[in-house]
Design a protein around this ligand. Structure first.
Ligand code: ADP
Length: 384
């Protein structure tokens, strides 16, 4: 904790909640984001209690503003409607009275890796994250086809789209319907290709301003993990938001992950981002199951010629250098893009294609990596 965060916490200790307890003792505070004199935090309360808490929020802001070296402050009230009371999808909402101070950063926390380790989800044997250092590298496409590849290996697989900034599973799996509630307060995931699917897109409205997405993400994520009838799963594949910022780090801390798969393109720049991703998971003690090099080689749809538009082999070398398994290379192939964007992932709809086989091979290495938690790291496979 920085000095500033420490001072802010001390100031908040003098602010009392509606039941008279000091604010930090209520368990309702997000972690404190404080940098360059700008302070941001959120208080998550029940929707019915927003009125009582608005005065607390104002007192909290005033107390933080009085801390020397604080230049701006934003304390957000985040209210959550329970699914039982809404009777349909519960959407975490920013409370009406919440302020929008300047300079506030989205995301609950830069998070020291000292958060308590999250408990597992009953019935789910392993949760793995598919992550990337930046957007647009094919993370979601990889997540979907990896999940299908694991399914083809005989595992029971579910997919959770946790990409707060651009949930894409509804598109990649052509999902237009909304999940139903069961028994008033639990959600039934959408079923696709034999896999239960949930997307954060079902919980956060598309128009939700980015600044709210960080504070909302944890309650939405908790709901998707714990209030959804996932059934019995061998593996849940989580499509993470791209990047290595606060929201991603918080998620990596809060979701009980067995491992992470990093997707990168071969360019150096993407690899620098991928390196940050690996460092982030290591920081929160989540094993990196390996790197997938996506858009590795371009295969011309007309003549079948291969060309290395983004270079080739960068991720493999990087994996070797960092001592993490290399999981495989997926070519830049128009067939993948067309099928993916039409909601027809290749592993499900072109199972005999070479691309589907590549994803199944990657899935097999991921499965081996998961099983080998107690064995030495999986061998790097050199394809000639
Ligand atoms: P991200 O989740 O990293 O933002 P997406 O999976 O949404 O990336 O992919 C971005 C775009 O690239 C999509 O249009 C997708 O169809 C396309 N794409 C992903 N992987 C490949 C590939 N190997 N070959 C061709 N197009 C791809």
């Amino acid at each position: 904790m920085t000095d500033l965060e420490h001072d802010v916490l001390a100031a908040l200790g003098k602010v009392l909640s509606p039941d008279g307890s000091p604010l930090p003792a209520t368990g309702k505070l997000s972690e404190i984001v404080a940098s360059d004199g700008k302070v941001f935090l959120s208080i998550t309360v029940d929707a019915g209690a927003v009125k009582a808490w608005e005065a607390v929020r104002e007192r909290a802001e005033a107390a933080i503003r009085a801390v020397p070296s604080v230049k701006s402050v934003m304390v957000a009230l985040t209210a959550e409607r329970a699914p039982a009371s809404s009777g349909a999808m519960a959407r975490p909402q920013p409370a009406p009275g919440a302020s929008r101070g300047p300079g506030a950063r989205p995301g609950p926390a830069p998070g020291a890796p000292s958060a308590p380790s999250p408990s597992g989800i009953p019935g789910v044997a392993a949760i793995i994250a598919v992550a990337s250092g930046k957007g647009g590298v094919g993370k979601s496409t990889t997540a979907v086809n990896l999940a299908l590849g694991l399914r083809d290996l005989g595992l029971k697989v579910g997919i959770l789209d946790a990409d707060i900034y651009g949930p894409s599973l509804p598109k990649l799996l052509a999902i237009r319907e909304r999940p139903q509630t069961i028994g008033g307060n639990r959600l039934k995931p959408i079923e696709r290709y034999g896999m239960p699917v949930m997307s954060i897109g079902f919980l956060i409205e598309e128009e939700t301003p980015m600044i709210w997405r960080g504070p909302m993400v944890m309650s939405a994520l908790t709901q998707m993990l714990r209030e959804v009838e996932w059934g019995t799963l061998d593996v849940m594949v989580v499509d993470m938001p791209p990047g290595t910022g606060d929201a991603q780090l918080t998620m990596a801390q809060q979701v009980p992950l067995k491992g992470a798969v990093i997707v990168s393109t071969p360019q150096d720049l993407a690899l620098i981002d991928a390196r940050r991703g690996i460092a982030m998971f290591r920081r929160v003690n989540v094993p990196v199951l390996g790197i997938v090099e996506n858009m590795s080689t371009f295969i011309c749809p007309h003549c079948g010629t291969r060309s290395d538009i983004f270079g080739h082999g960068g991720a493999r070398h990087e994996a070797e250098r960092l001592g993490v398994p290399f999981l495989g290379e997926v070519p830049l192939d128009i067939a993948i893009r067309e099928k993916s964007d039409a909601g027809l992932p290749v592993v499900a709809t072109a199972p005999d294609s070479p691309n589907a086989q590549i994803y199944r091979d990657i899935a097999a290495r991921v499965r081996d990596g998961l099983q080998g938690a107690s064995r030495p790291a999986p061998k790097i496979v050199i394809e000639t």
